[in-house]
Design a protein. Structure first.
Length: 57
């Protein structure tokens, strides 16, 4: 089974990482979907957030 975890992750937090880790124990695969929120001014670009997630997981 696959889990999808959507969010802006701006920035990625320990809480996000905890959910990703717990999800990876319950599911064969966890897809982290990084979204843009048009109502917020981002701290980091989408690419920077993807890089942060890859380095953290």
């Amino acid at each position: 089974m696959i889990a999808i975890y959507p969010g802006s992750f701006d920035p990625i937090t320990l809480g996000h990482l905890d959910l990703i880790q717990r999800g990876s124990r319950l599911f064969e695969r966890v897809i982290v979907a990084v979204l843009r929120n048009p109502n917020k001014m981002p701290l980091f670009s989408v690419q920077q957030r993807l890089d942060q997630i890859r380095l953290s997981t």
